[in-house]
Design a protein around this ligand. Structure first.
Ligand SMILES: [Zn+2]
Length: 147
């Protein structure tokens, strides 16, 4: 009967410890056992059952979060699943990767993804229907010059 309460206490203690750790004056960087790969990071965009989008690099999966909701919707676009992408972003303290920008990769070249309505000649931010004519937009990949 006391289990939920006890669990709650441990969760609270856990968050306090986590906060204390974050406020601690710079521990040795080597203390982190899971070294995160440098950014930008190339990998395969996957949508695993029950989770959000992940970036698979070799045999490791890094959960992705996005800077904006429209970016998240783009990462969840089924047409982009299994594509090689390059993620520019920031590692979060919990090991998730916050995506600021991403590109698709074809033959080592970078492309940006856009949603376009040919009828209205306008670009949409995320998958879905055109805000103007309400017809489905087309997903396009536009080559970008490497940085
Ligand atoms: Zn339109």
């Amino acid at each position: 009967m006391t289990m939920p309460v006890r669990r709650h206490i441990w969760t609270t203690i856990g968050s306090c410890l986590a906060t204390a750790f974050l406020l601690w004056p710079l521990p040795a960087p080597a203390a982190n056992p899971t070294r995160l790969p440098p950014l930008p990071l190339d990998g395969k965009l996957l949508e695993l059952p029950g989770t959000g989008p992940v970036l698979r690099v070799k045999d490791k999966d890094f959960p992705l979060i996005a800077r904006t909701t429209w970016l998240l919707h783009t990462l969840q676009d089924k047409r982009l699943v299994n594509h090689e992408i390059r993620v520019e972003g920031e590692w979060q303290p919990d090991g998730t990767l916050k995506v600021n920008h991403f590109y698709t990769i074809h033959d080592g070249k970078l492309f940006r993804v856009r949603y376009f309505c040919e009828t209205c000649n306008i670009e949409a931010l995320e998958p879905g229907n055109c805000i103007c004519c309400q017809e489905p937009t087309e997903m396009q990949e536009i080559p970008v010059a490497p940085k």
